[in-house]
Structures are given as C-alpha cells and as structure tokens.
Design a protein around this ligand. Sequence first.
Ligand code: PGA
Length: 830
Amino acid sequence: MSAIAQEFEASQLRRLSERGGAPVAGGFSAVLQRARSMQVSPGQMAAALSRLRICPTMTAHPTETKRVTVLEIHRRIYRRLTELLTRTWAPQEEASYRDALLAEVELLWLTGELRLAKPTVQQEIDWGIHFFHEVLFDALPTLVDGLGYALEHQYGLEPPEHFLQFSSWIGGDRDGNPFVTAEVTRYALQRYREAALSKARASLLALIPSLSVAMSVAEPSTRFMAALEDALDHCGSARAAIEQRNPGEPFRQFAAALLLRLEATLSGDPGVVPFGRSEEFRLAVMALRHGLSECGAAAVSRRRVLPLERRARIFGFHTVSLDIRQNATVVNRSLAEILRLLDPADCPMPGTLGWSARLARALKEDPPDFASLQTSEETRDLITLFEVLIDARRRDPAAIGAFVLSMTTSAEDILAVHVLARWATGPFHGGQKALSVVPLFETIADLRAAPGIMTAVLGNRAVRRMIHEAGDSQEVMLGYSDSNKDGGFLASNWELFKAQMALRKVGARHRIDVSFFHGRGGSVSRGGAPTGRAIGAQPPGTVNGRLRVTEQGEIVSARFANRGTALAHLEHLVASVLLHTLEPPGAQRPDEAGEFFEALEALSGLSHTKYLDLIRTPGFISYFDQASPISELGLLKMGSRPARRFGGATRDISDLRAIPWVFAWSQNRHMLTGWYGIGTALSNLARVRGDSGMALLRRMFEGSRLFRLVIDEAEKLLLQSDLGIASLYADLVTDKQSAAAVFGAISAEHDLTREMILRITGEGNLCQRFPEFHARVHEMRPQMEGLHRLQVDTLRKVRASGGPEAATQDDISTLMMTIHVISGALGWTG
Ligand code: PGA
C-alpha cells in the first residue's frame, strides 16, 4: 500500500515540478537543456535522435510473488487515488470516491496474497500481455508526444517516430525451462499477434464515431479519395454496406473499411482482403491522418489518428519481438547429434579442434533433410522451434528478435547456433535474412574472454557475411547477475565495463556496430542500480543510441502497472540513453584511463580473491543451505522454471541460478551479494599506497561514475544488511564450528567495508547522503526484526518436522508469508 501511495506521490510531484517550470531531473526537458548547455547543435541532435533504438525486454524471471489478482487490485487503488486526489469534487462525489477506494483496500486486505499453484508458461505470457493492454499500448504514443513537446521547445525538431520498442522472452526463453517448448513459442507468437491486432481494432472502433467530417462541408483531397477507393475495393461485398451506412462521410467510410480488413487479418474472413504486413495498415492510417489535415481537421488528426499510427509503427501486428534463449550446452548437444546422424564417421566431439573445423564446413553446407532424421526429443523440439521461427518471420519479420545464446564460452558455441540458424532460417527459406545470434557472456572468465571470442567469430567469412546482411551490426548480451554471483559486486561491475570497451574496439576493427543488451535484474546485486546512473556509468562511446535491457519479473509490475510510473520510467530510460550518446565521443572519462583504470583493476582483483576465499571456505555451502530459506523458496511457486538450469544437486551452487542466490542472502539479511570483498580491496589498496592511496580513492569517488555507483549501491546494501538478524539465521546451521567461521568472516568483512566506505565518503554514518532511504530503512527495522524472528522460528520447526512435505499447513503458510513480506519490504525477491 505504501508503495502505491509513493508511486502516486512521485507522479504528482513530477507534475508540480513541470508546472513550476523546473524540468524533472533526468527527463526529456532536463536532458535537452543540458544538451544545449553542452553546445549540441540541432544537426547533432537530429543525428543522435535518428540513431536512438531502445528496447526494454520483458521477462518472466521468477521474482514476482504477487498474484495477478492482487496486482489488479493495486492498479485499481492507484486509479481511485488519482480520481480522488487530482480533481475537485463536490462533497457527495468525494465521499463516493472515498468509498470506492475503501472497497478496493478492503478487497486487498481480504484477498489471498500468494499463488497457490506454479504458473504455466501460458499464464506468464498472458501476464506479460496484460501490461500492454492496461498501460503500454497507450503509453508509448504518449511518450513520443512527450519527447516531441520537449524537442519542439528546445530545438524546434520533430521527434523520431521509432526510437522505442518492446521485446519479450516470455514464451521464448527455454534456457533451463523445460516447459518452454516449440509449441509454447508458437502459442506465444499467436497471442502477441492477437494482442496487437485487437488493440488496433479497438482503437479504430473508438475512432469511427468521431470522424464525422461531411463531404458537403469539407471536400477531401483527390489523393485521399483515391485511398478511399482502394480501401473500399479490398472489402469485397461489404463495400456497399459501408457506403450506405456513412453516406457523404468519406473518413468514416475509410476507417470502417480499415476495420473490416483488420478483422479479416485477425480472423481470416474470406470475403475481405486482410492486411499483409502491419506497415500496410500503418500507411493506410497515415493516409487517413493526412486526409483529415488537408480538410482542416488538423487537431482531430493529431489527437485521434496520430496515436493509432504511432501504435502501428511501434507494435506492428506483433506487440513485441520475441527472443529465443537457449544455453550453449543444449545447442551443442543437439547439433552434435544431428551431425552424428548425418555421418557417424564425421562428428568430432564438441570442444575439440575437429569440432571447430566441422562447424566451419557445416556453415557452407546445404541443410539436411531434418524430417528423415531419428533424433532425440530435445533435438526434435529445437528443429521444430526453427520451423516455428521461419513461419513467424514469413508472416511478420519483426515478430522474431534474436537467438540469445546463454553460457557462451567459445567462438564455436556461437558458430553452432549460426549453423542451425542458417540451415533452418537462412537463404534456403525464401530469402529470409539471417537470424540474429546474440551471445550472452555471464561469468567473469567469459566476460574476459568475450573480445577474443568475438574476434574469432567475426573472422569467420560465412558469419561475417551474415552479419553484413543484418546491417553490419552485432548485439552482445551481458549478464549482470551471474557475473556477480561468480565474482562479487565490484569485480562484476568492472569486468562488465572493460568487456564493453574491448568489444566496442573489436567491432570497430571489423567495421561492425557492436551494441549491448544488458541482462539486469531488479535488485542491485543483479544489476538493478537506478536507471539514469547505471546508463551514465557505461563506458564512453558504448551506448551510441542503442540499448537493450531486460525488465524482469517483479520489475515489470513495479514499472509498468500504472501509466504515470511507466511513462516516467521510459522517459528516464530514453533520456539517459540520449544524454550518454550526446557526450562528446573523445571525452574520455577517468574510469578508462590512467590511474583510475589501474586502481579499479587492482580493486577488482582484490575483491574477487576475497570473495572466492569465502565461497571456498570449508562449510560455506552448508552454511548457505541452512542459514537461509533457499530450500524452501520453491514453496512460493513464483515462476514456471526450476531453480537450477540442469537440475543439479542442492549442494552445488555452480548451476544454481542467480535469482535464488540473491534471494537467499537477502532474506537472511547478509546481503553479501552487494558488498562482500569491497572492504578488503579498499583497505589493501589504501595500505599499500599509504596516504596517496586514500587520496586516490577519494578522487575516484568524486571523479569516476562507475566507482561512485559501486560505492553508493554497496553502501545502501550495507545499511540494509543487519548482522544481528543475520546471526539468527547463522544459528540454524547445525555444524556450529564452521558456521562460526563463515559468519565470522562475513562480519569482519562487513565491518571493514563499512569503515572503508565511511573513510572515503567522509560521513559519520552509512547513507547520510541518502536521507529518505536511511529513514525508510530505520522506520522498518522493528517490524522487520519481528518478521525475521518469525521466519527463523518457522524454518526451525519446518526442518525439524522433516521438511516442507511433512510440515503443517499453518507453518508452511507462515513461512511463505514471511518470505513474501520481507521481499516486499526490501523491494526485491532475488
Ligand atoms: P538467468 O538470469 O538465470 O535467467 O540467466 C539471471 C538473472 O537475471 O538473475
């Protein structure tokens, strides 16, 4: 409830600030003002705008504990608040709105908060589409307006029409999720298509009554009349009915004809010619807009028709571009199986030199006859998936995004996907363009190896040709959470930074535009730093107008459940990318040069070593298992996918996904995923370099955006960690001696990190710089302590009874509720 009130208040404050003439920090007006102060000319601005391609990518990562029913009540509460507080009502009206609000709060209070069953992928697809219907279909055209308004005032320029579009992984992310089959992907594509078409249909239906311009009053242009003739021609026998229903009202007739054609596109009415591609529909809507303007109805065309045209451009007939994700292990396994079936004597093992040569040959070969191969179910499903992709791309090329290859560790991993993609969707299929293959680098070692891997891939002629066909651009995805799990917070941030700089150089050497897809979760440990600052801290020249970023799980509802919040977030995202792009390319920031670089390199190495020492401490895995509710997480039934990629043993953290890792350390309030290792790194650097070391750290705090971001976020997480509460969880560990050793190491590093951060910032207490945040954490402390005590007691009972299966329903409900409420209070689940 308080989060909803805060969202509402923030949105009101933004309005007030704009009305008072002060642009909202980080918004369009503020960034354009800044651009003017940086002497960015209109020509430079136009060039930057033309490059803008920003793509939030929605995922159903299992971090959302709230049921859809509860999310819907939240949204209604927000709406009721807006109705009640943003207009002036007569007393009786006000009482009625208050009552409506009370009814929603009552319902929320009495509604079961948690899911009773694990969601299916189909439900996750519907959950994602819900945000488009409720908010995004209408919000995105408004966002273009917002940019247009600011641009007109500051630069006299028009907004670009196509700078933001959504992608999705929901229904396409099969990495470690056996429920995402080819058939499920086919279903997802169908649902996304229906969503876009039915929104376009509803918009046209709403538009038709207002198009009452009469021919007798305003004569349409001959161009429009020709377009009308063409539209009616496509309606077959329904033409006469349209003309009779709206005699003398050509615009109504035109819109009615478009409506019929859209309906035929949706349901396949044989008498009417459906639209082929969404572009055909968009051009027709544009003809309507121009026709109205030419008749003197400029405001009508702008207010009523332009949003529809913009929607058609942004969402087409596909709503989102659906990405496919699979991991390299599965892809290699399937390709090796296919090659073995084709010729058992010519199939070296993946990972060998022979494998690499075999892939190079396969890239030049014609596709095999897949139907004749007796493959395993896994491989058959991958082949069917490619068939689904060919079909979808034939109907609408924008419906499919990229093939994201997780766990990419070598050039051969990437070549293997290219082989499959070329066989399945390449030149043999009616000239379809090569499918974009996006490697995902997600461990520290893989981030370090990424530039070498990409150099090898781009050195392959066949692949280079495919990339050329795709416009000489290559996207690379960066995994924030797994690199964090692998190397700790500081090392992950630094390696991500360096990898981007190096990959950008590799791209320049091969004359390829390398852009980045940031796989960031909501919590800070999974890359969820504040949007504007996170983008601002990217290395210079690495954004250049292009940014893809994941919007995962609980973040989707936090950002897109209400129009005001969604618009504010998206504006901030676009404005930050624009600002980063406008920064002069030659202006090196100190992060990447000279002493700051060396210091960050040293700090990263030191913190990484310290972090690895902890993970390798004897008894650490048992500590992790027992001193947190990790084994009980499954009770929450959060997402369709399992907690482990390959279903490995519970005592192995290597294939444990990053979300449960962060979840466990958050619930038990150690929060070490956001700070562990930093204290040792800072203090060693200061010790070795003496006074000059401390002075350097302070200069970096002032001058390096990346270092500042790391320190700020680590400091916030240190404040949110609570070793008093953490010790209650440590007490759950049965081997007291190793528990004491692990907890001792964690508390010592906690104290050291706190001390070093305070020495650098010069503050007396943590987070004095963030007073609101500080106050919030302190206000919640007493209630949080009660909740944690209850959770620890319940964990003890549930485990003593033999685990969740044997525990009482009461205890299970209590446990689930404590997990849910603690994550609600922290603001993230994992
Ligand atoms: P993944 O995502 O486990 O789906 O790779 C990691 C994360 O976002 O935490």
